[in-house]
Design a protein around this ligand. Structure first.
Ligand SMILES: Cc1cc2nc3c(=O)[nH]c(=O)nc-3n(C[C@H](O)[C@H](O)[C@H](O)COP(=O)(O)OP(=O)(O)OC[C@H]3O[C@@H](n4cnc5c(N)ncnc54)[C@H](O)[C@@H]3O)c2cc1C
Length: 408
């Protein structure tokens, strides 16, 4: 049988694809990393780029953390506003935190690292159009480059090509969609007067907003209103609606006193998408497997984590087709196990109905108690599962906190 061109062919050189390429490279694999855009400096515009504490171990493993801080990343400690007040977790080092770095800085940095890694061929300007199948198994990818078609074969093909995954479509993998009843617009600002350097989030019933600090003190200000009450006004006059929405926030960031340095960017239709993460010869990672609600700012962290789960699952199986396909099943199962509970909670919240009873209990207690605030922050960072969030001990403490507030 003819030898394969590579050990792994990864489609998409963004967060998930570059992470996988770097990890495969570290185990000595030959990697084709195909990217449809032709510049190494291309970046994802539609993202507010907060990476959570749950992704930090992956960045550490990639030996990237120091480079990200050196590029100006800001710690992503954030206070959350809820109807019961501000929730502020401990900032004394007992609660791990992630970082914020704009994609225009993060993406090129990561892609250049991947391009320089041993065994990785970064193939810019290569758009995947089809997968090659043999005996019911994916074993290659077809791409176009400057009007020409090329075929590459590898025992493992990875779709890291984002929410509209061409690889998933070519392999006939079904996309499950669920509605998002919010939409989002954001813009970048600098020079806020008396900026305290802290990030903030507002969870106001069905509406949300964010103010995240990034490198060079640049803040991204995000409006995430519910469609029913706000979409027609935003469609009619985006600039005015954005300004009025942000100005109406409790302790609103003073955007009119700051300098706006970008257009208002966003999208009005952003369904949540989910696909089977693996099948014989093929894995999906990052948004290609699960494109969740941006309101929780977690998709980028899960892109890094899913790449790591895949590489760890298949690391010792690339030379044996049968073992590889079992390892791919294990990857798929791990992906589902790790994210199913979170996704169920996120899917429910995307219906823009505000908090359910359990969430109201936890968020109200967190506004009144530091330990509960840190517990909730761990959940927001997806360091703990929804089941752990609602563990009996936490519910008991939340009940006590709220009771003593009510009688005190
Ligand atoms: C408004 C908004 C705000 C967000 N904010 C946050 C946040 O604060 N924090 C967070 O963690 N996440 C956030 N996200 C989610 C985050 O942007 C994604 O989860 C993350 O970018 C997924 O990474 P990825 O590598 O899987 O896919 P992508 O970053 O989408 O990359 C896919 C790559 O594949 C390439 N590609 C696509 N098709 C092909 C093809 N046919 N052939 C070759 N290459 C191809 C693309 O050019 C691209 O480089 C946000 C998303 C949105 C929409």
């Amino acid at each position: 049988m003819a030898q394969d061109d590579y050990d792994v062919a990864i489609v998409g050189a963004s967060l998930a694809g570059c992470t996988a390429a770097l990890l495969f490279s570290s185990m000595g694999a030959r990697v084709a990393l195909l990217e449809k855009r032709s510049s190494v400096d291309a970046y994802k515009v539609l993202c507010t780029h907060s990476l959570h504490a749950s992704a930090m171990p992956v960045l550490e493993r990639l030996d990237l953390v120091a480079a990200l801080w050196a590029a100006g990343a800001a710690p992503n400690h954030a206070s959350w506003w809820v109807e019961w007040g501000w929730i502020t977790p401990e900032r004394d080092g007992t609660v791990p935190f992630g970082l914020n770095l704009r994609r225009q800085t993060l993406d090129p940095l990561l892609r250049r690292r991947a391009a320089a890694a041993t065994g990785v061929d970064l193939m810019l300007g290569h758009a995947a159009t089809a997968v090659l199948e043999r005996d019911g198994r994916v074993h290659g990818v077809r791409a176009t480059h400057r009007g020409k078609e090329i075929d590459l074969t590898a025992p493992l093909i990875v779709g890291a090509d984002g929410r509209s995954s061409a690889v998933a479509a070519a392999a006939g993998i079904r996309t499950r969609k669920s509605r998002n009843l919010r939409f989002g617009f954001f813009s970048y600002f600098r020079d806020f007067p008396e900026d305290d350097g802290l990030s903030r989030a507002w969870f106001m019933g069905p509406d949300c907003a964010f103010s995240f600090v990034n490198e060079d003190g640049i803040r991204v200000i995000v409006a995430a209103p519910n469609r029913a009450d706000h979409l027609s006004a935003f469609n009619a006059d985006l600039a005015t609606s954005f300004r009025d929405y942000i100005n109406a926030l409790p302790d609103a960031p003073r955007i009119e006193a700051a300098q706006r340095i970008s257009k208002i960017i966003g999208t009005t239709n952003f369904p949540l998408l989910q696909r089977e993460p693996s099948r014989p010869g093929l894995a999906l990672i990052g948004d290609a497997a699960l494109a969740t609600d941006p309101v929780w700012g977690i998709g980028g962290s899960w892109a890094l984590l899913s790449a790591q789960w895949l590489v760890d699952a298949v690391a010792n199986s690339l030379n044996d087709q049968q073992e590889l396909d079992s390892a791919l099943e294990r990857y798929g199962a791990r992906h589902t196990r790790a994210l199913r509970g979170h996704q169920a909670q996120i899917r429910r919240y995307a219906k823009a109905r505000g908090f359910n009873v359990a969430e109201r209990l936890m968020f109200s207690a967190a506004a009144r108690d530091k330990e509960m605030a840190s517990h909730l922050y761990r959940f927001g960072s997806r360091l703990i599962t929804p089941t752990e969030l609602l563990a009996p001990r936490a519910i008991l403490r939340a009940g006590k906190v709220n009771l003593s507030h009510a009688i005190g």
